[in-house]
Write a protein of this length. Structure first.
Length: 235
């Protein structure tokens, strides 16, 4: 009652809606607040939006190349280029940032239009995974970083159950292997146990569980220490 079973059409639909949700949050922020600190250390709101733009561009390229039977690195020029682009874009005018984000969303939507199960399993460089992983990754990037914008109208509690299941599935490996951890949602049928060793029970709303495991929500246990993020970090 925990693993995610969803076909590629559903994943694309959820990701498209997530991008719309993130853009709506970005668009609601007054221009003067783009230079204000975000919820991520050392990043302003502008930095978070810049990352959303760059990530969307990179993810769209992964799918575009996969559709041609090719693979390409996630960020041309690697992480150094990624960081430089974030810094460059972060100081752009808010209107330009919003326009660039909307344009990259359109590009991603065009890339995902008509994806079938055959393309969904095509290999990509992103996490050494598949096109389906790219779609999931963009879904998570959109809504996790929407929380990082630091707007009171959008928090981890805004996440719906399908998203929480996908995010938990991704960050589950952060739980310690030497403890038996049971995660049980109090508002749906999510119930999963990992690890071995002394038992730790965590019972909460599924959004709180997702927020806890992704460092965006409440601390639900002082008995365990979460490990590093998987490859393809949301940090």
């Amino acid at each position: 009652m925990g693993r995610v079973l969803m076909d590629i059409t559903e994943r694309v639909a959820h990701t498209t809606a997530a991008q719309d949700e993130a853009l709506a949050v970005v668009s609601s922020i007054p221009d003067a607040e783009y230079a204000a600190p975000s919820a991520l250390p050392s990043w302003t709101v502008g930095h978070v939006v810049a990352h959303l733009i760059g990530n969307c561009e990179a993810q769209a390229r992964q799918i575009e190349y996969a559709a041609r039977g090719e693979a390409i690195e996630v960020y041309t020029g690697g992480q150094e280029f990624r960081e430089a682009e974030i810094q460059r874009r972060a100081v752009l005018a808010p209107a330009q940032l919003r326009a660039e984000l909307a344009a990259q969303h359109e590009r991603f939507s065009a890339a995902t239009q008509g994806i079938d199960e055959s393309l969904a399993i095509a290999p990509v460089e992103y996490r050494s995974g598949t096109v389906a992983d790219v779609v999931n990754g963009r879904w998570m990037e959109s809504l996790v970083h929407a929380v990082d914008l630091g707007q009171p109208q959008y928090t981890w509690r805004s996440w719906d159950e399908p998203f929480c299941r996908v995010l938990i599935d991704y960050v589950l490996e952060r739980l310690p292997a030497d403890r038996t951890v049971r995660l049980r949602a109090t508002n749906c049928d999510f119930d999963i146990t990992t690890g071995t060793g002394a038992l730790v029970n965590i019972e909460a709303d599924i959004a709180d569980i997702a927020g806890f495991l992704s460092d965006r929500g409440p601390s639900l246990s002082d008995e365990i220490t979460l490990g590093p993020y998987p490859r393809g970090s949301l940090k």
